[in-house]
Design a binder for this molecule. Structure first.
Ligand code: HEM
Length: 584
């Protein structure tokens, strides 16, 4: 079969035209600067190993960039790893091939670099960098086929390999057999009565945040709101999942610094060809690996202690009984308690540990990121903020600005909810989903004009970023416009795509069904996020409570912040704001 090969020059790669990234020259400059920094980042991660030669395992000095590594950094480095290590054989898949230089992608955030290719070559293309090849999917019809119709024709590929040492057999990296069993056990834990109770927990933790922010507002300090949102979402996930109070809104936590260190180690491993850490005694002889082992011990000891405590008081009950519980009378409402108490729960301590660890990591930064982006976008739209605050006041009144909203009140605040959804659309976290083909998968045509087959063994990137910003699927795709979710959108140009239809909304938030797979911030199909409702409610409550009590002023040029947050693999400067107590 014939394939078309097109060579792109380095200079053709530019970030997508995001409205907030208005100044093109400035954009190019910043991108170049950040790319250089990211290259350094990768080099410095390697350089840390040379420090391992010293025997001082307590004084490994990590540069700031490495200390700040977050989930998105790791995903970016994983992609680098795929590019450097994997690739399908040149195949007869019939996809358009785009060729480039590997430097184009590995120097910066991959999800941004893929956007111009998407605009030029369409929703399915194959990116070839020397001998390395992978398929990029950005078409809703094709993505639906992969995520919903054929979820088990794929696994998580290199992502699973790198996450396994941290998450073990947790849902994200678990092989199919374990995944199926654990998914069946975990999903009922997120039942209605529990989620209702969580609304109270979200309110409680955010009240602590408000107290803290009030002090900062009175002192006129510049507050890093990203960091604040990270703390509150960490406190929430700790209490919700294993009834552990990190108290990170008010203090530092040794266990969480251990979690971040372990994530850094995953990133570090993703840049090496030779898995030296698997060698006998590596965890004794190499200080870096010793450190990793120590951190894993801190985390495991804490989690195992909590699991043991939960096991000691077992109150076995039928699933239906548990789901009907009056949570206001339950002392420990955590998911861990649920997993231990449910009748027939034949689960080992190590599996429980893997489940908890996975949810701790998956449910923390993602929520903080959407809140940060929502506030970032809102600070640039004062008229919209007025409208949102008016909605909140209409529903909640203005008597007590510290009072958290109830579930029923959140139901009435459509605009506030759509502010969260719109931040998830513009800045999805993760921006790319990673898969590897377990068998040949012929793709539907969607917007394309060819019959393409994904070949067994091929690495596939589903670009959520591209889908969410596709001009074929969204009007003014780069505009932050939460009210778009009220209006239908259709485009017969995308064959077999039903468009966005607000009449199909079933829950409180837009989803893949109403958008026919053009909006997938939580993935879709069998591997869809199990914490989606939890996270959207949590984020809405946080946003409502902070907007109701404070006005925010961004303390940096939004172009620069947008660039830092969007074009790099992590938010370097956070979201610096000064706050004022709102006057009512
Ligand atoms: C705004 C917040 C969140 C976002 C944007 C998000 C996004 C995602 C996405 C895109 C996936 C699918 C990954 C893929 O298909 O490769 C996923 C999976 C997952 N998420 Fe979330 N998530 C969020 C919050 C949470 C929370 C709060 C929890 C737990 C309490 C959680 C637990 C999980 C788990 C366990 C999986 C794996 C599901 C499976 O493979 O069966 N997430 N998440």
């Amino acid at each position: 079969m014939m394939t078309t090969t097109t060579t792109l020059k380095t200079t053709t790669i530019s970030p997508p035209s995001v409205k907030s990234f208005a100044n093109t020259r400035r954009k190019a400059l910043l991108l170049r600067r950040r790319n250089a920094q990211n290259r350094n980042l990768i080099t410095t991660v390697k350089a840390v190993v040379s420090e391992d030669k010293t025997d001082d395992d307590t004084t490994i000095l990590l540069p700031d960039e490495v200390k700040d590594l977050k989930l998105r950094d790791i995903i970016s480095l994983w992609i680098t790893q795929i590019l450097q290590t994997y690739g399908d054989k040149p195949s007869s898949d019939n996809a358009p091939i785009v060729e480039g230089e590997i430097d184009d992608l590995v120097g910066g955030p991959i999800f941004l670099a893929l956007y111009p290719y998407f605009r030029k070559y369409g929703g399915v293309f194959k990116l070839a960098f020397g001998p390395k090849v992978f398929m990029v999917l950005s078409d809703p019809v094709v993505v639906k086929e992969v995520l919903k119709e054929k979820p088990f024709s794929f696994d998580k590929g290199v992502l699973a390999e790198i996450l396994e040492p941290i998450m073990g057999q947790g849902l994200i990296p678990a092989p199919y057999k374990v995944w199926k069993e654990r998914r069946r056990a975990l999903v009922p834990g997120f039942h209605k009565a529990w989620l209702d109770h969580m609304v109270g927990l979200f309110g409680h933790c955010n009240k602590e945040l408000l107290k803290n922010l009030e002090v900062q507002a009175k002192s006129g300090a510049v507050v890093d709101m990203e960091e604040r949102f990270c703390s509150v979402s960490l406190d929430i996930i700790g209490l919700a999942v294993f009834n552990y109070d990190f108290g990170s809104v008010t203090k530092e936590s040794p266990i969480i610094s251990a979690v971040y260190n372990c994530l850094q180690e995953a990133a570090h491993r993703s840049t090496f060809y030779v898995p030296y850490w698997d060698l006998p005694l590596a965890d004794v002889l190499v200080p870096r690996q010793r450190k990793f082992k120590q951190n894993m011990t801190v985390i495991n000891d804490t989690l195992n202690g909590l699991i043991k405590q939960a096991q000691q008081m077992s109150y076995t009950e039928d699933l239906e009984e548990l789901q009907k519980r009056d949570y206001s009378k339950v002392k420990d409402p955590s998911l861990l308690r649920f997993l231990v108490d449910v009748r027939g729960a034949d689960v080992t301590d190590s599996q429980l540990r893997d489940d908890l660890m996975t949810m701790l990591i998956a449910g923390h930064e993602t929520t903080a990121a959407v809140l940060t982006w929502a506030l970032f976008c809102l600070t640039q739209k004062p008229e919209l903020v007025k409208k949102v605050v008016q909605e909140i006041d209409d529903v909640m009144g203005t008597d007590d600005l510290n009072r958290p909203p109830t579930y029923e009140e959140i139901e009435k605040m459509e605009l506030s909810r759509f502010c969260v959804a719109e931040a998830l659309r513009l800045y999805p976290e993760p921006p790319i989903l990673i898969r590897r083909c377990l068998e040949d998968v012929p793709l539907p045509r969607g917007a394309g004009d060819r019959d393409i087959t994904l070949i067994k063994g091929m690495d596939v990137f589903i670009s959520v970023w591209n889908l969410h910003r596709s001009p074929e699927c969204w009007e003014n795709p780069d505009e932050y416009d939460p009210e778009r979710f009220k209006k239908p959108f259709k485009n017969p140009g995308v064959k077999d795509w039903a468009g966005y239809n607000p009449d199909l909304l079933t829950g409180l938030y837009p989803n893949e069904i109403a958008s026919d797979y053009a909006f997938i911030p939580f993935g879709a199909g069998a591997r869809k996020c199990i914490g989606d409702q939890f996270a959207t409610l949590e984020a809405t409550i946080s946003l409502v409570m902070t907007l109701r009590k404070f006005t925010f002023n961004l303390q940096k040029d939004p172009n620069e912040i947008g660039m830092e947050m969007g074009a790099t693999i992590h938010t370097a400067g956070g979201l610096p704001c000064t706050l004022k107590l709102r006057e009512v």
